[in-house]
Design a protein. Structure first.
Length: 204
């Protein structure tokens, strides 16, 4: 092969390689731009949905990390909101159970902790049942009835949560016990209330 032919072949291969590199780079930039735009759309959807709740900031903080899973799907939004609430209830249950191991508890404190642990356990049962119903709702032939059941169960969870704090009335309770229970129950009540509001966005 002559020197000029070799140079032409080299320049041709170099040009092809350069075009491939530019094309790949453009595709990467385009994909990144698309992903960024999609993420913005998904978070905007969540924010709009959360604005229909009683505690929009709590709602958005809980759900925005799952934006890529939720996308703009209302059913997934409600499923993840309910799952988040269930996990928070598990955590609250653990916190309340740990209180029972404290030393120097008065009889009334022991009773309050026991009752709160019981109502939190009931809330977990209701939420697990609700989550299962919501997951199967799309394929159900009784959507309206099951949606009513779902709202009834989650409303019962809200009642359970407030029943727990109502026991403080007229009782002498230490700051540690009261603070732990109040903090857990208040957060759960906000999450539960938000779930009920989000259910109204479902087209069932």
């Amino acid at each position: 092969m002559s020197s000029s032919s070799f140079q032409l072949a080299f320049m041709f291969c170099f040009s092809i390689l350069l075009l491939l590199l530019i094309s790949t780079s453009m595709q990467t930039v385009s994909a990144a731009t698309t992903n960024k735009a999609s993420a913005k759309t998904y978070k905007k959807f969540i924010k709009s949905a959360c604005n229909s709740t009683t505690y929009p900031k709590v709602c958005y903080k809980a759900l925005s990390p799952s934006a890529s899973a939720i996308k703009t799907d209302t059913n997934k939004l409600c499923n993840i909101a309910l799952s988040f609430t269930l996990n928070a209830t598990y955590n609250a249950s653990s916190s309340i159970d740990s209180l029972s191991k404290m030393k120097g508890l008065s009889p009334s404190e022991k009773e309050i902790i026991h009752d709160c642990a019981e109502t939190t356990g009931e809330a977990i049962d209701e939420l697990e049942k609700s989550l299962k119903t919501l997951a199967n709702l799309q394929g159900s032939g009784r959507k309206a009835d099951e949606m009513n059941d779902l709202k009834t169960w989650v409303s019962a969870v809200l009642t359970d949560e407030y029943t727990c704090t109502d026991e403080f009335d007229g009782q002498k309770v230490s700051k540690a016990v009261k603070s732990t229970i109040n903090k857990s129950v208040l957060y759960l009540a906000q999450l539960t209330s938000n779930c009920l509001a989000l259910f109204n966005l479902l087209d069932y």
